[in-house]
Design a protein around this ligand. Structure first.
Ligand SMILES: *[C@@H]1O[C@H](CO)[C@@H](O)[C@H](O)[C@H]1NC(C)=O
Ligand SMILES: *[C@@H]1O[C@H](CO)[C@@H](O)[C@H](O)[C@H]1NC(C)=O
Ligand SMILES: *[C@@H]1O[C@H](CO)[C@@H](O)[C@H](O)[C@H]1NC(C)=O
Ligand SMILES: *[C@@H]1O[C@H](CO)[C@@H](O)[C@H](O)[C@H]1NC(C)=O
Ligand SMILES: *[C@@H]1O[C@H](CO)[C@@H](O)[C@H](O)[C@H]1NC(C)=O
Ligand SMILES: *[C@@H]1O[C@H](CO)[C@@H](O)[C@H](O)[C@H]1NC(C)=O
Length: 443
């Protein structure tokens, strides 16, 4: 009797759940949820949120305490309302940095005293300047189980002096990222505002199991190279529900630079990017241009872009090597963009003149469907390499209006198919007739 009732109840609950329609898919499951039983307040370590006091020692001693104590389910470091000026600091494993509502953690603007760290092996040098690079404002290296969250508090890189050094050509080393996790796993960044990064905003590199969601990322349109989120040689990454408006690509998947990235050989793979809204003078969603370790199995869905340079940009170059495969992009809405879709084999600079010009990238298996755009000046540019044509490209249900001038589509050294694409695509993309009218069965 009891069993029948339970079974009945189970079916009842199941049908209720099903009748609610498709639940929104989320990043849950990528990083185990943690309940921190221990909590500390940064105030207990002498922090003063008056916008003037330098709080570097408070952050360092609180985090040292967490590192040494290492409680079994980790420690939450609470930052109460206030404006906290600090130099860069390093996180530790098994911790949550929690920003209450009304918190601003502000980076000092003294660029001369900013610490330097080694370049990434997959880049062989700093991305902007040879040699070392400045450490990120908030840094994690070799960590696991770290969360940065709260009630929409702000982490402000105050990047202006760094942008000016770039503009005036006076940068000695590569600018700092706002948040970098290197060689780390089980990382979550959520419910925070990240603004005015000196360089890329969130940079997970050599990481696995990373979630970035419910974040707002802001930087002025003219701030140089302020990418939003750049997973770099990472796997199992989920990025969703973000508003991003910066001076460069909103999300860019990378995996190392030319001969250094080829030698390091660490791909970016198994990455989901969904429900991102925003505007960029460059690309909304990008893959590249540093893709030397390869980029595989990337799913991009439900993206809304406006006032942007390029909607979707897959970019690589000779000397990069690496393969870009299994990219599925669907549900992109764009308004007022210069180029809707760009796939290019001639984009990006080289670390030095030691790159191997015959290390050609392989680009195959790119599916782009359900794309809708208005006020799109140029529908698309799809240009592979003569000695390594881009293959198995499939575009379906793509409608881009507002194109002016010609060519509307520009294609070379590519092979692919199209179904229901407006305006009419170039002949290179109509090589094969697609069965069933979709891009399914693409590899
Ligand atoms: C810290 O605690 C975690 C979780 O209990 C444990 O897995 C890890 O080995 C500990 N680390 C050190 C350095 O004691
Ligand atoms: C990565 O971090 C782990 C600790 O999580 C450490 O044991 C390992 O040496 C690090 N690897 C590199 C290449 O830094
Ligand atoms: C968080 O703050 C940003 C910037 O002030 C704001 O645009 C956004 O709506 C806020 N998000 C939430 C969930 O309150
Ligand atoms: C592709 O990546 C998704 C996560 O984005 C993952 O769930 C799936 O298992 C991956 N597929 C393969 C074949 O590795
Ligand atoms: C698409 O994103 C919008 C907001 O960004 C959201 O309201 C909608 O539910 C999303 N749809 C799906 C299928 O994820
Ligand atoms: C075509 O794409 C648009 C825009 O994303 C979408 O609203 C529509 O449902 C798609 N049509 C089909 C048949 O999938």
């Amino acid at each position: 009797m009891r069993i029948t009732i339970s079974v009945f109840l189970l079916f009842f609950l199941l049908s209720v759940v099903l009748s609610l329609g498709d639940p929104i898919v989320t990043c849950s499951g990528i990083v185990p949820r943690k309940h921190r039983s221990k909590m500390l307040s940064i105030s207990d370590f002498g922090a003063v949120g008056d916008g003037k006091t330098l709080n570097t020692n408070a952050f360092n001693s609180a985090i040292d305490w967490i590192r040494k104590t290492n409680t079994s389910d980790g420690t939450l470091l609470y930052v109460p309302r206030g404006v906290y000026l600090t130099e860069s600091f390093k996180l530790t494993s098994h911790m949550t940095l929690y920003l209450a509502n009304g918190v601003v953690i502000k980076a000092v603007q003294d660029t001369k005293k900013w610490p330097l760290i080694d370049p990434l092996p997959s880049y062989g040098r700093g991305r902007e300047r040879p040699g070392q690079r400045y450490i990120s404002f908030i840094h994690g290296d070799g960590l696991t189980d770290v969360v940065i969250t709260g009630k929409n508090g702000t982490i402000d890189g105050q990047g202006e002096p760094w942008w000016n050094m770039w503009r005036h050509g006076t940068l000695k080393f590569t600018r700092p990222n706002l948040i970098e996790f290197k060689n780390s796993s089980n990382i979550v960044v959520s419910h925070v505002v990240l603004q005015n990064s000196p360089f890329w905003t969130v940079h997970p590199v050599y990481c696995s199991n990373v979630v970035v969601h419910h974040v707002t990322i802001l930087a002025p349109t003219d701030s140089p190279n302020t990418d939003g989120i750049d997973p770099d040689s990472c796997s199992n990454v989920c990025i969703e529900d973000a508003y991003i408006s910066t001076g460069d690509d909103l999300v860019a998947v990378k995996s190392g630079w030319d001969e250094y990235g080829i030698a390091y050989n660490r791909p970016s793979r198994d990455i989901t990017i969904r429900r991102i809204t925003g505007s960029s003078p460059f690309a909304g969603i990008a893959i590249g241009s540093e893709t030397s370790g390869g980029v595989q199995n990337i799913t991009v869905e439900n993206i809304t872009l406006y006032n942007s340079g390029i909607g979707i940009h897959i970019k690589t170059n000779i000397g990069r090597g690496g393969s870009i495969q299994g990219i599925k992009i669907s549900g992109v809405h764009m308004e007022k963009v210069r180029t809707g879709i760009k796939i290019s084999g001639d984009t990006g600079d080289h670390p030095d003149d030691k790159f191997n010009p015959s290390a050609l990238p392989v680009v195959r298996g790119i599916t782009i469907k359900n794309i809708w755009g208005i006020k799109v000046e140029r529908a698309g540019t799809v240009q592979g390499l003569k000695d390594s044509p881009f293959t198995n490209l499939c575009f379906s249900n793509v409608t881009l209006t507002g194109t002016k001038g010609s060519p509307i589509w520009k294609c070379s050294d590519v092979v692919g198919s199209t179904v229901k694409v407006n305006p009419t695509p170039c002949p290179e993309l109509t090589a094969t007739a697609q069965q069933g009218g979709t891009c399914e069965n693409q590899t």
